[in-house]
Write a protein that binds this ligand. Sequence first.
Ligand code: HEC
Length: 250
Amino acid sequence: MKALIRLTALLAVWLFASCDSGDIVEERQTAAGGGRAVKLTARVSGIRALGSRYVVSLASFKSGDNYASTVRAVSSSTEDGTDITLILSPINSEVSTVEFAVTDRLRQRIVTLSRIAVEDYPEQLDTIRMDLGAVDVSAFSVLQSGVFNMACIQCHGGNGGSGAAGLNLTEGQALPQLVDVPSTCREGMLRVASGNARRSVLHQILSEGGENILHVNHTEILTNQFRENVVELRSFIAEWINNLSVENRE
Ligand code: HEC
């Protein structure tokens, strides 16, 4: 009898969890509800350098929706180099991707660090594993892996060479080649002007209205690659720039 009551309670939790509206800040779920689970392991660093407006979490998304359906958040006080395990369960049938992502507090996707498509895994597999190794979630690292590596390096240094406009956006190069470096395209401007997104070529060419600043339409590049979260991404980039000070470039 006791077991039956417990089962009913679990079922209630599961039903409640599976029809949530997506606007609860953090929702804790247990793996006990049946259905599939995604289990993520990673060694996380940089979370304190991300800023309190953002949350790093394992999150499930329905196709076309920029609000996570369910999330398991990494604690914002996680020390650098901590091994974490997150389990997201149950993954209901409407979920198309499960992502290790930076979201805002409303659970909107800002930048995806790693993603799996649920349909790629056989249905009989109960637990899908995401073993990510070391992940740096500080703001610039997130831009590097979630944006530059995805949408920029094919023209900016990814094939060797110095990159379009003499700008190499590959790992290790991007930061020193952007921050407080004179633009080769716009005279008198900086690629990234510490503390001032509006005066930064990077921000201008990715923003709405920036379509014609350069010969290559960078606004379109960003929008095509990040259809659902382009607005959030732009403000994340602007905030990264605005938080840079000349003395403290990270
Ligand atoms: C299809 C190739 C291509 C892709 C993809 C691309 N770029 Fe560019 N980028 C260029 C070219 C070409 C220029 C020079 C444009 C010009 O001369 O008007 C440029 C110029 C720039 C500049 C100005 C550099 C300066 O010194 O002023 C920045 C900043 C930049 N790109 C950032 C990015 C970022 C960030 C991304 C990814 C979101 C990206 N680019 C993706 C081709 C590309």
